[in-house]
Write a protein of this length. Structure first.
Length: 555
């Protein structure tokens, strides 16, 4: 895989690998060995939620006589033990491989099945020690998780799926007999899964138990429904002042999984505020949609009359919660204000995403909002910060600090990518959000690209936008079209070294005025042949203009 083909998640993980290489393995001459060690340590750190400096040397099995196992991590708390076993491949090109799974299966056979005499002949003393540790605690082990991690991981071929299922079937049967209190899992992790896991580790309230008092202490709380995978759903009523206290104590930490930022005192939010301080405040429960909460663990404690929720997140109803807090802190919130609340116990990120989208389906929520927490958007935000650009993936999102050179909104980047990289400037000029953020339309074509390429497209657009002139309709209304043609002229040169190209475009080292004038002249010639409408602005939103440019450049 060429680095120019990296997805946003891969590019973000690559930054982490490069940082680990530089800090810990800079003295190793072999680039492949440096990268391999860095990726292995990244997988260890992220999946075990461990600081890099706390990695135990004896957990690293990688080396001589490893039998397809790179890491064995054993976490013990009280009487419970969790075993995490890893095989890690850092290559840009290698995907999930049945051969690697065969090697991993051999390693598992050594760990769980081979006789003591066979294990004792292994030359890898760390592997022998871990095998003995696992077998000595077989009655305490609650989970055995096997992680096959590859940097690429874009595809899972049928032969890989069948090999994975074969291993799972064998060891679930074996574990059921030999490790009666344990469960066995084999997970395939590419950069996207590693990125998502890392993002989850960074959630501020992940290991925090938040207590929320019942509205009615005499009423027992029971789940309305429990799904096959164990997800539980509750419907309850909460006192508004308890929501105010939550926001006061935890602030933005409550809304990390929300699909957009706080919209402050817009018209609808002002109505929410007024309704919870008015004389009709007892009607708030009936007039407001309420809030939706998700937590990794939800424990209703009937005898204490409180909800105990780990990693409490308000995924729908942020505007309501914040306006209640505004009234609460100003001591205007009426004591009789209550609101309806859905509470879900769910840690699966895909399920949480579905809940968030389903409960935020009001007309005021756009497709941009619904995709704002998707992994590509999170990865782009992280990656662009490297260049000191604040990527605003959520409407109303606040900059974490003032160190950014400028802000790039997800909508503007989508428009630019559709115009320049996807070669559809007229479609992009329509500025239809659903075209940009709908996964069934252009979302992945627009965003699932190397972030460096996206940033270069943005810089080319910015250059053209700065040169537009209201007295010249072609330069003013045709910014996206001219930028699209410029990319055609410059792309081979720009792709030779993305990072250098970004630096040169930012600092006006790369002189592109000639390409701009050439693109503008060419575009003017194309338009003059076909335009029969005095309104150039409207004409340039016609899809046929994209086809005209494409055909002209193809000749």
């Amino acid at each position: 895989m060429k680095t120019s083909k990296l997805s946003p998640e891969q590019a973000s993980i690559n930054l982490d690998i490069e940082a680990i290489e530089q800090e810990y393995y800079n003295d190793i001459k072999s680039a492949a060995l440096r990268r391999g060690k860095a990726f292995l340590n990244l997988c260890y750190s992220v999946i075990n939620n461990t600081d890099m400096n706390d990695i135990e040397e004896e957990d690293i099995i990688d080396g001589n006589d490893e039998e397809g196992i790179d890491i064995i991590f054993i976490a013990e708390s009280d009487n419970d033990i969790i075993v995490n076993i890893f095989n890690c491949k850092s290559s840009y090109s290698n995907n999930f491989s049945p051969n690697d799974l065969n090697l991993l299966r051999t390693g598992l056979q050594y760990v769980f099945e081979e006789s003591h005499s066979v294990v004792n002949n292994l030359s890898n003393i760390r592997l022998k020690y871990k095998i003995d540790q696992i077998r000595s605690n077989h009655d305490k082990i609650k989970q055995i998780n096997v992680y096959y991690c590859v940097f690429n991981g874009n595809k899972i071929e049928p032969n890989v799926k069948s090999k994975r299922e074969e291993i799972i079937d064998r060891y679930r049967k074996f574990i059921k007999v030999q490790y009666p209190y344990s469960e066995f899992n084999l997970k395939l992790f590419g950069s996207k899964e590693i990125f998502n896991w890392k993002s989850r580790n960074l959630e501020s309230l992940r290991n925090v138990e938040v207590k929320v008092p019942y509205y009615d202490a005499e009423r027992m709380a029971r789940p309305e429904l429990t799904s096959e995978d164990g997800t539980k759903g509750y419907i309850t009523t909460l006192r508004a002042n308890e929501i105010g206290k939550l926001v006061e104590k935890y602030g933005d930490k409550l809304f990390e999984k929300n699909i957009r930022g706080w919209l402050k005192f817009n018209k609808k939010n002002t109505e929410i505020y007024n309704s919870c301080i008015s004389e009709d405040s007892e009607l708030f429960w009936f007039l407001n949609n309420g809030i939706t909460i998700v937590g990794d663990q939800v424990l209703p404690s009937d005898h204490l009359g409180v909800w105990k929720i780990k990693n409490l997140q308000i995924v729908n109803g942020q505007q309501t919660a914040r306006m209640i807090f505004e009234a609460y802190k100003e001591k205007k919130l009426k004591k009789n204000v209550t609101l309806m609340c859905r509470i879900y116990e769910a840690s699966n990120s895909q399920f949480i995403s579905k809940i968030t989208k389903a409960t935020n389906s009001q007309s005021s929520i756009g497709s941009r909002d619904l995709m704002s927490n998707e992994s590509i958007q999170l990865a782009l935000q992280k990656y662009f910060s490297k260049y000191n650009y604040f990527y605003e993936r959520q409407r109303g999102e606040l900059k974490p600090n003032d160190n950014f050179n400028q802000t790039i909104t997800s909508k503007k980047l989508a428009q630019i990518s559709l115009a320049i990289l996807c070669k559809r400037p007229s479609l992009a000029r329509k500025n239809i959000e659903d075209n940009f953020f709908n996964p069934q339309k252009y979302y992945f074509e627009i965003f699932n690209r190397n972030p460096d390429e996206l940033l270069i497209a943005y810089l080319i657009y910015q250059y053209c936008d700065e040169l537009k002139d209201e007295s010249d309709e072609i330069s003013y209304f045709g910014v996206l079209h001219i930028a699209r043609i410029m990319w055609e002229f410059l792309q081979d040169e720009l792709r030779k070294d993305y990072k250098r190209s970004i630096y040169e475009l930012e600092n006006d080292v790369l002189k592109v005025k000639k390409e701009y004038l050439k693109a503008k002249t060419l575009f003017q010639g194309i338009i003059n042949k076909v335009i029969n409408d005095n309104n150039i602005g409207n004409f340039l939103s016609r899809i046929e203009v994209d086809d005209l440019i494409f055909k002209h450049l193809a000749n």
